[in-house]
Design a protein around this ligand. Structure first.
Ligand code: PLP
Length: 377
């Protein structure tokens, strides 16, 4: 393996001249925020999620925060979620002084285990907040049934799952509301950005007001409630609108790369492929493999460092939320609480993954990974 080959990044956005032109047109228009691209981008995302309304915001995190607020979740309330997620998920519950309650994951899907989710519900539970980990829609119909049966609200953290479907239903269509995210490593990007999707007019109206300094009308200096500046600029919306128009193409390219990896890694005995049951209906956000149980966390970390040393992007995914020091301090959680999550989180790593990856790049990653694994045997 040559060390002077070009590095392969972990992620890379899929931007064409059409996106560049659309952003330039907004710049020339003089209308850089709250302009015509906002509604168009919202409409495109709502349609894709099979929802009535979209509310664009400046990040997935702010979108999720507004959903928590719009559902009236606050001090004394509990929200059941997964510890195997990006930290923004439980943080949005803590922003409102409510308590994230974790339930362990299903080792076959990496999404929260429906039985564990049900068991974690108490009389203080106000909502469920499950996550489509790595773009896998598994169990979302079951979570929705639990929410309905237990008379709870449900927020779908579909930040990693734009374009996925489960039994014909799109990601973003489960529960009361969902949130997509558009950081540059996501399937589509707006630079920074997020999108709430919902059929509930009350959630839509409150989110529109809260993202815009609590304004209730167009009157610029009239504020009906304590709000935020979570607006998404028209530059970002124009970028997102073109990305959405290309979504099927973008997802197909990513699925192709996932297929190349599936094939290239099939003979690596130490490696378990990403857990999507239906590889065509998942939305490929990252390509995360899992090492066999006889590998330790230090083994995994060394393999990541080894890959990076060869110019190949790699990262662990995720650190279990309940083991972050401030979470332990606030919630009283500790290592050992969620053994399935911990066993998997210690052995997962993301490989370079983006739609433009070539077969030869996948081959280079395969070769480097094989050598890195052998070096830890
Ligand atoms: C990306 C992501 C978010 C939101 O991220 P932002 O960076 O705030 O846009 C939330 N939850 C999950 C699971 C994510 O992957």
């Amino acid at each position: 393996m040559s060390h002077n080959e070009a590095p392969i990044p972990l992620a890379f956005p899929d931007i064409t001249d059409a996106e560049v032109d659309a952003v330039a047109a907004v710049m020339r228009s003089g209308r850089l925020s709250l302009g015509p691209r906002l509604g168009a981008f919202e409409q495109a995302c709502a349609e894709r999620a099979g929802r009535q309304y979209g509310v664009a915001v400046n990040s997935g995190t702010s979108g999720m925060h507004l959903c928590v607020k719009a559902l009236g979740i606050g001090a004394g309330d509990e929200v059941v979620t997964t510890p195997f997620t990006f930290i923004a998920t439980p943080n949005c519950v803590l922003f409102e002084n409510a308590r994230p309650v974790f339930a362990d994951i299903d080792p076959e899907t990496y999404n929260v285990d429906p039985g564990a989710l049900d068991d974690a519900i108490t009389n203080r539970t106000k909502a469920l907040l499950p996550v489509e980990v790595f773009g896998n829609p598994a169990h979302f119909d079951e979570y929705e049934r639990i929410a309905n049966r237990r008379n709870l609200a449900m927020i779908e953290d579909c930040c990693e799952a734009l374009g996925a479907t489960l039994a014909g239903r799109p990601a973003g269509s489960f529960g009361d509301c969902g949130i997509f995210a558009f950081y540059p490593n996501k399937q589509i990007t707006t630079g920074e950005g997020g999108m709430i999707v919902t059929d509930r007019e009350d959630i839509r109206d409150l989110a529109v007001s809260l993202r815009n300094q609590g304004r209730a009308t167009e009157a610029w200096l009239s504020h009906a409630r304590l709000g935020y500046n979570y607006r998404l600029s028209d530059l970002s919306c124009a970028l997102g609108e073109v990305q959405m128009s290309r979504l099927d193409d973008i997802l197909a390219k990513r699925r192709r790369v996932a297929g190349l990896y599936d094939e290239a890694l099939a003979d690596l005995e130490a490696v378990r492929l990403p857990p999507m049951a239906d590889r065509a209906k998942a939305s490929w956000f990252v390509y995360v493999i899992r090492l066999a149980d006889d590998f330790t966390r230090p083994d995994r970390d060394a393999i990541i460092q080894d890959l990076r040393g060869r110019g190949i992007g790699s990262s662990n995914y995720f650190v279990p939320c309940h083991t972050q020091p401030y979470m332990q301090e606030r919630l009283g959680t500790r290592e050992g609480d969620f053994p399935v999550t911990e066993r998997i989180a210690a052995r997962t790593l993301a490989l370079p993954f983006f739609g433009g990856m070539t077969e030869s790049q996948v081959g280079r990653v395969r070769e480097a990974l094989g050598e890195a694994i052998d070096a830890r045997r």
